[in-house]
Write a protein that binds this ligand. Structure first.
Ligand code: SAM
Ligand code: SF4
Length: 376
């Protein structure tokens, strides 16, 4: 396992659309959390064959609520216990409403070399609908500070299909984002997640996200505009300048092993056909297990050959690079078309085989959730 994910399950305030696992920063566990993660790393170092890590990802929740000193301590411990490659990609997710120049400089000095900034939009009306902590001006300020602090690998999280957002408004937002010249962009269509305040408002017909047709139009317009601006649409929701794809997420999509710490995090071992574990999304349970020196993971699933084949396609077809036929055949003893003759036939208008690889077309990505069912 060469990839490490650290879940930081705290937010200053919960955004009404989000179902990522996090609790309030006022939780009594917040102050203790960096120590807990370090205790967990030490426990794993005794049990696991992992590292040296070539990617580390502080995800959330809101990792930018950690102090730079805590990030520094955690990374030093990671390097000492498991090893950290000299060219490791070390990402931290940051909410612009939680930052200062000093903090960003501190994160950079601590070894963070990729910043993923949750801008969401550069229009105040959109940020207000989303209940974000920050204004557009504060988003711009955060980017300026990040550059000044030395971040030369900057990713921005953005959303489209928002209530009241027209295609014209989205494209104006895109121009403002492009002016910042980020190395990487994640553009997510708003999903109304179960159990969130947005779901309740949607049910009451108070909240009106983009219609499916408008969301499709937006997705295609984003692909075109960002392509012209030099970004490669390398995964369903992700765009990067050449050489700036997120190496950590590529580990997930390629079904390589990773270790996840923190409540809500998953781990995956490539041994055999693959095994996955989860740390239950429950802070108190996590604290309790670590205080007792117990592994907080629970076993989730072990794959058999057919499960591993299906997941290889499920994850791999999210990437523009798709799935390599020769490697698939080597691993599973069958090519994709042999293993899935019916699925390949049914998705023929959207699935391309070229240069030894299978991938979906752009229209295929739009129908991804539907098309991929044929392989599962
Ligand atoms: C863990 S958050 C990023 C870091 C930080 N917590 C923040 O919000 O700035 C991951 C990203 O997922 C996206 N996201 C969360 N909920 C979403 C939803 N319901 N629909 C679409 N995108 C969503 C947002 O773009 C968000 O920045
Ligand atoms: S979008 Fe980010 S800041 Fe908002 S609740 Fe989710 S994890 Fe927290």
């Amino acid at each position: 396992m060469n990839a490490l994910y650290l879940h930081i399950p705290f937010c200053r305030r919960k955004c009404p659309y989000c179902d990522f696992f996090s609790v309030s920063q006022t939780s009594p566990v917040f102050q203790e959390y960096p120590r807990l993660l370090i205790a967990h790393l030490r426990l794993l170092a005794r049990q696991e064959q992992a590292g040296p890590f070539s990617t580390v990802f502080f995800g959330g929740g809101t990792p930018s609520l950690l102090s730079p000193e805590s990030v520094d301590e955690i990374l030093s411990e990671v390097a000492c216990l498991f090893g950290l490659a000299s060219d490791a990609e070390v990402t931290l997710e940051a909410n612009p409403g939680t930052l200062s120049f000093e903090m960003l400089s501190g994160f950079r000095s601590a070894g963070i070399n990729r910043l993923s900034l949750g801008l969401q939009s550069l229009q105040d009306a959109r940020l207000k609908v989303l209940g974000r902590l920050h204004t557009a001006a504060e988003g711009l300020q955060a980017v300026e500070w990040a550059r000044k602090a030395g971040f030369d690998n900057l990713s921005c999280d953005l959303m489209f299909g928002l209530p009241g957002q027209s295609l014209t408004a989205l494209m104006a937002d895109v121009e403002a984002v492009l002016a910042l010249q980020p190395e990487h962009l994640s553009y997510y269509g708003l999903t109304v997640e179960e159990g969130t305040p947005f779901e309740e408002l949607h049910r009451q017909a108070v909240l009106h996200p983009a219609t499916e047709d408008l969301a499709t139009e937006m997705y295609l317009a984003l692909d075109e505009r960002l392509g012209v601006a030099g970004y490669e649409h390398y995964e369903i929701s992700n765009y990067a300048r050449p050489g700036h794809a997120c190496r950590h997420n590529e580990v997930y999509w390629r079904r390589q092993g990773y270790l996840g710490l923190g409540p809500g995090a998953h781990s995956f071992s490539e041994q055999g056909w693959g095994t996955r574990w989860e740390i239950p999304p429950d802070i108190d349970r996590y604290v309790q297990a670590l205080r007792e020196g117990r592994d907080p993971r629970i076993y989730l699933e072990s794959f058999d050959r057919s499960g591993a084949m299906a997941e290889t396609l499920y994850l791999g077809l999210r990437e523009a690079a798709g799935v390599d036929e020769a490697r698939f055949r080597e691993r599973f003893g069958q090519g994709v078309a042999e293993a899935y003759p019916v699925a390949v036939e049914k998705t023929v208008d959207y699935l391309v085989y070229e240069k030894g690889r299978w991938h979906f077309t752009l229209s295929g990505w739009l129908l991804y959730n539907h098309l991929i069912q044929n392989f599962l």
